[in-house]
Write a protein that binds this ligand. Structure first.
Ligand code: ATP
Length: 289
């Protein structure tokens, strides 16, 4: 039997800005994004059921068309004239769900890369254009590496790689609803913005402290009780020697950036794991497509 394997790498937001609320209800974003080594495992088996389904190790993640991996597969099969091809997709979820790490989007992207490797039907540009139909973060997850994302997140400019560094990623036990955070952001009058141009310049200069100093996520300033926990975790990561710390996406995951070889020791990581529920280390992953 033909089985295809791929990793679905998580993303982190080095910065996140919301620049405008558009007439169509979406928001214009400006984000420096980074692919990291924390990943779900994706396995695709071809079958003759005529149906595309996913199964995961997490009972609360749906296996039907609500699953972005299934939606991505159906979208790809339609685009290349292979409707009716049955697929069984197995997702071993390691990226926490509802963390702002693009877990679902990265599964979708892994499915798109894998099916395109199998059928060889689309060039990189067409695959990215198709992936935008599945979700705003999917084009970045398809491409990977370090990029500046604008529009709803689907317009990408590849940036120089992050200088060598390591991440500690923590996720507290709660998730924060994305629509709720956007609603609260729309209601708030004043807003600080990240220095995105400064981050891009620091990336070009290979200046890790310069990048870390400028990391900022506009959602962190919203008045929400849960964001206090996020701030506490950031404080702990900085105490452990992180050059900078920020929430990714709409949370609730928070990460710290460390120089290589300066990660907190195992006891410190274990303490973070005990208090937050989830704590893992990761490194940068370069361009994927
Ligand atoms: P983002 O960073 O894009 O905002 P997130 O990390 O906050 O995403 P996800 O982990 O992608 O959030 O999951 C959010 C919701 O999407 C969950 O409620 C889940 O049921 C649904 N979902 C759909 N497909 C998947 C998938 N393949 N993996 C995980 N969740 C999925």
């Amino acid at each position: 039997m033909n089985i295809l394997y791929e990793k679905a790498y998580a993303k982190l937001n080095i910065s996140l800005d919301v620049t405008e609320r558009r007439a169509d209800g979406y928001h214009d974003m400006a984000m420096v994004m980074q692919t990291v080594s924390l990943a779900d495992e994706v396995e695709i088996r071809f079958n003759d059921t005529g149906v595309v389904r996913a199964a995961t190790n997490l009972s609360f993640v749906p296996g039907d068309e609500r699953n972005l991996a299934v939606r991505a597969a159906l979208c790809y099969l339609r685009a290349v004239g292979q409707e009716g091809q049955g697929l069984s997709i197995r997702l071993e979820k390691r990226v926490p769900v509802g963390a702002g790490m693009g877990g679902g989007s990265s599964d979708a992207a892994a499915v798109l890369r894998t099916l395109n490797r199998h059928y060889g039907a689309l060039d990189a540009e067409k695959l990215e254009a198709l992936s935008a139909e599945v979700g705003s973060d999917v084009p970045f997850c398809v491409r990977g590496g370090t990029a500046f994302a604008t529009g709803r997140g689907e317009k990408l400019e590849t940036l120089p790689d992050m200088p060598a560094c390591a991440f500690v990623i923590c996720k507290p036990g709660f998730s924060i609803s994305t629509p709720e955070l956007f609603r609260k952001l729309d209601q708030s009058s004043a807003r600080c913005h990240p220095d995105s141009a400064g981050i891009v310049e620091a990336l070009r200069a290979g200046d890790l402290p310069g990048i870390c100093r400028r990391m900022y996520n506009v959602f962190e300033d919203i008045d929400d009780r849960r964001l206090r926990t996020v701030k506490e975790i950031k404080g702990r990561l900085l105490d452990f020697g992180a050059l900078g710390s920020v929430m990714t996406g709409t949370g609730s995951a928070v990460f710290g950036v460390f120089r290589p070889g300066t990660l907190p020791d195992e006891a410190a990581l274990e303490a973070l794991r005990r208090d937050c529920g989830f704590c893992e280390t990761a490194v940068c992953v370069g361009r994927l497509n």
